[in-house]
Design a protein. Structure first.
Length: 352
């Protein structure tokens, strides 16, 4: 790990500082970090997860947490305002050198490196704030309801929850990134992935299958792995327009908060136009990941999709699920049998 000043020249450093400043200046980022300082996510955020168990039970105590506790916003606002990037954040030497080797402001490699750096910075700030252990929620409720603690809400089980069911160690978690024992910063890293999802629209991961030095085969766009209700659980590739917006917005240089909020593309969201999706259990095998040790924790049931050769109508079967007929679905079969979606239905619910 290295600091920015040890590797980057001034032009590359200026681009990164501008990008990070604009992302951290959004209300989305402030609200995300404020929840970490609070100690619990607000109810609307807690239920906005893929397959959330919280949305299925109105009796879950997180339902009471409808707003941030007093004082939760001020701490991250002051922290970000006083942040010294070079003294606080550190990055992998190889990533910094790759970013330094790009032409500042142009090219797919520049975009991918800059987006990865920003994602890692968003992650690191979440880790730092969580490790500081503010837990404002406990302080606020200590008198009014001493039993309504962060630990009690996190460990809550309904009567129908199986005893063997593994609860997340924190409600700040992404459904696919929860093997905290294999993360360098443990639970704090799980919180970092959650923050990326909330701020950027998903955990940012990249195609590591090549060095991408061939000018005739440019580096693929970044992938995101989202965790939102009624949104695909699959890893999806950003469109050119989406990736460009991720670069243009951070580098817009706007100091006006209202202007920045109105022009922000964050968080990104997958739609029927995002045609490249990969089942999580196949992503790492295709060398699509962020860090090799951050591989998704839950080996979901393989989803083998078969389609007829008729391009007008296809019947799609997913292991016993209801069959659907669609003219928008096509599954490309590679020789290694790893299924990759290249198109799907217009319904986000069906597409997940």
């Amino acid at each position: 790990m290295a600091g920015l000043d040890a590797v980057l020249d001034q032009p590359h450093r200026d681009f990164f500082d501008s990008a990070l400043g604009n992302v951290f200046g959004t209300e989305r980022a402030l609200e995300t970090y404020a929840q970490i300082v609070d100690g619990l996510p607000i109810a609307s955020v807690a239920v906005d997860r893929y397959g959330s168990r919280h949305e299925k039970s109105l009796s879950h105590p997180i339902a009471r947490h409808t707003s941030l506790c007093p004082g939760a916003t001020e701490i991250p606002r002051a922290f970000l305002a006083q942040l010294t990037i070079s003294g606080t954040l550190s990055f992998d030497d190889e990533l910094l050198r790759a970013y330094q080797s790009t032409q500042p402001g142009s090219g797919r490699s520049f975009e991918c490196c800059l987006i990865e750096l920003v994602a890692r910075a968003v992650h690191q700030i979440a880790v730092l704030l969580f490790q500081q252990g503010h837990c404002i929620h406990n302080d606020v409720w200590s008198t009014e309801d001493p039993a309504y603690t962060i630990d009690a809400v996190t460990a809550w089980r309904s009567e129908r929850t199986p005893a063997h069911f593994r609860l997340d160690p924190t409600l700040f978690s992404h459904f696919a990134y929860g093997v905290v024992e294999q993360y360098p910063d443990g639970v704090a890293d799980a919180v970092g992935y959650w923050a990326e999802n909330r701020v950027l629209g998903g955990v940012v991961i990249l195609d590591r299958s090549d060095s991408w030095h061939d000018e005739h085969q440019p580096e693929p766009n970044v992938f995101l792995h989202s965790d939102y209700a009624r949104v695909t659980f699959r890893v999806w590739r950003a469109l050119d327009k989406q990736q460009q917006s991720l670069v243009d917005f951070p580098l817009s240089g706007s100091s006006n908060t209202c202007s920045r909020a109105s022009s922000s593309p964050l968080p990104l969201a997958a739609s029927e136009k995002n045609l490249d999706r990969i089942d999580p259990e196949y992503a790492t095998r295709r060398k699509v990941y962020r860090d090799i040790w951050s591989e998704s924790r839950r080996a979901m049931s393989p989803r083998i999709v078969s389609a007829t050769k008729d391009l007008s109508t296809r019947t799609v079967s997913v292991f016993g699920r209801v069959k659907e007929t669609t003219s928008q679905m096509y599954i490309e079969r590679h020789k290694d049998t790893r299924p990759i979606e290249t198109a799907f239905t217009k319904s986000r619910c069906v597409a997940r």
